[in-house]
Design a protein. Structure first.
Length: 322
């Protein structure tokens, strides 16, 4: 998703190839019918079309990161606070690109900067370990005022129990998130549920099936995951109470629920099943237990300790008050 020098070079090469592919048949036909030479003007157009998305992303990455967005990340997103400064810079750029390319629309509810940034953070967290990742098919995220039912109605009735949905049926390219559930997922006392991470884990799985696995994910880990899921879902009597019952709905929900554990409660996941934690670490190419343990451990940041956001202030005078 980020534009690096290697990405720029590759994009420039691809644009030249496309321009040449346009020029070759036009030039060949031009020898037979000279007026067709006029169509050589399509070559620079083809070149610019291939270059345009990459150059747009580069321009977005070079824009200053808004102070209000920074405060939101530091206040709500423990994952961001746990990163090094270099990693935070990369996280910010990924947020900027996501918000530039994916619409976030409120349905009968207001969408402010907090909601937009938390949606973007939800998208970035599961793929932060991958260096060349795109949400190819996601175009829009709809924010609902509350939970909704199977008909996508948010009426507060008994059937309105769905907190998020991604890319199903005619909703291809669209995600729906409950606004209260999104906010609750980034509450530091929110436990093991994060609907944003959950739904973007679904999208990661869908993208991997359609476009292939990121190069950081070893095939052996995928094979081990498939075998693990087959055992977990195939022997319900042996599952115990290790994870939420919803995880055992099907293999897709199992992956998304376990992603929530991995990114919100990695120490708990590692204690319950060290092999499963290691497997998810390989799949996501991240070690969240090592990253998040100090921030998520009860009492991990004292009121008078330096704030983990790096402001230089005491925690009680900085992010604790936010």
């Amino acid at each position: 998703m980020l534009v690096t020098p290697d990405v720029l070079t590759r994009n420039r090469r691809q644009a030249l190839i496309v321009a040449l592919l346009v020029a070759w048949p036009v030039g060949l036909l031009g020898w037979l019918y000279p007026p067709l030479w006029l169509f050589l003007g399509l070559c620079p157009l083809a070149y610019r079309l291939v270059r345009r998305p990459c150059l747009r992303r580069l321009a977005v990455m070079q824009q200053p990161f808004p102070d209000s967005w920074e405060r939101i990340l530091r206040t709500h997103v423990a994952f961001f606070l746990a990163l090094t400064e270099a990693q935070r810079a990369r996280f910010r750029q990924l947020v900027q690109i996501f918000l530039d390319e994916v619409r976030i629309t409120g349905i009968r509810t207001e969408v402010d900067d907090t909601i937009r940034v938390l949606v973007a953070a939800s998208a970035v967290i599961p793929v932060f370990g991958f260096h060349d990742w795109d949400y190819h098919r996601l175009r829009e995220v709809l924010i609902y005022p509350d939970a909704f039912d199977d008909a996508y109605r948010s009426t507060g009735g008994r059937q309105a129990t769905i907190l998020g949905m991604a890319g199903l049926h005619h909703l291809s390219g669209v995600m729906i998130l409950s606004k209260p559930a999104l906010l609750a997922g980034f509450d530091r006392a929110g436990g093991k549920q994060n609907v944003g991470v959950h739904e973007f884990a679904h999208v990661v799985e869908q993208e991997a099936r359609a476009y292939g696995l990121p190069p950081e994910v070893p095939w052996m880990a995928v094979r081990q995951w498939v075998r693990y899921v087959d055992r977990a879902l195939g022997h319900p009597s042996k599952r115990g109470a290790r994870f939420s019952d919803y995880a055992y709905t099907n293999e897709h929900e199992f992956f998304a629920v376990l992603a929530e554990y991995f990114f919100t409660s990695p120490e708990s996941l590692q204690r319950r099943d060290p092999a499963l934690y290691a497997l998810l670490r390989n799949l996501f190419h991240q070690d969240t237990r090592a990253l998040l343990a100090p921030a998520l451990r009860p009492g991990g940041v004292g009121r008078n300790a330096p704030c983990p956001c790096g402001s230089g202030k005491k925690y009680k005078h900085c992010c604790l008050r936010a």
